[in-house]
Write a protein that binds this ligand. Structure first.
Ligand code: S3P
Length: 171
């Protein structure tokens, strides 16, 4: 059985839409961990952060991610912060094939402007907030098995690149 294909990277980079299409094309099951959290909590991510706090969210994210990466034949889109967790990261690196979808702040801003679904983003100073988050995270994202530079690539090209790399891998 092939390793699961996992997507990591910043909010707004397109992990969910890209993951969904890859899963369809490869006849695999698509799992979006953010969606799982929303379903199991029956609450939006914003509300979970507001009412239960980030620590609660991260604990849920960790347990659901660790369980779901063990399923077979899946494409899994992680939440943007999941890869910062040591346990999630080492489990993903050990048992999955992991792609970092990389985009710079300037590109991310275009996609996240006016988006109010992400509790960590301060819309009043989006550029600074994204810069700070990305700077803290990029050394971790770099540890993914493959980096896809999404700048100047439309989603179809990103998808083709990932599928080609995944197809060439032996495990
Ligand atoms: C987060 C990213 C979000 C979601 C939550 C926290 C992060 O997922 O898990 O808002 O810390 O980067 P997406 O990357 O799917 O937006």
């Amino acid at each position: 059985m092939r390793k699961n294909l996992v997507l990591t990277g910043m909010m707004g980079v397109g992990k969910s839409t890209i993951g969904k299409t890859i899963a369809k094309r490869l006849n695999m099951t698509f799992i979006d961990v953010d969606n799982l959290i929303v379903q199991t909590e029956n609450q939006s991510i914003n509300k979970i952060f507001k009412e239960k706090g980030e620590k609660y969210f991260r604990d849920k994210e960790k347990s659901l991610t660790l369980i779901n990466i063990q399923k077979k034949n899946c494409v899994i889109s992680l939440g943007g912060g999941a890869f910062m967790d040591t346990q999630i990261r080492s489990a993903v690196l050990k048992s999955c094939c992991c792609f970092w979808l990389k985009l710079e702040t300037k590109e991310l801003i275009k996609r996240l402007n006016k988006n109010n679904k992400r509790p960590l983003l301060n819309q009043n100073n989006l550029e600074k907030t994204l810069d700070e988050i990305l700077n803290k995270r990029k050394d971790f994202y770099k540890l993914a098995h493959f980096k896809i530079n999404c700048k100047n690539l439309n989603k179809a090209l990103v998808i083709d690149k990932i599928i080609n790399i995944y197809a060439d891998k032996k495990d």
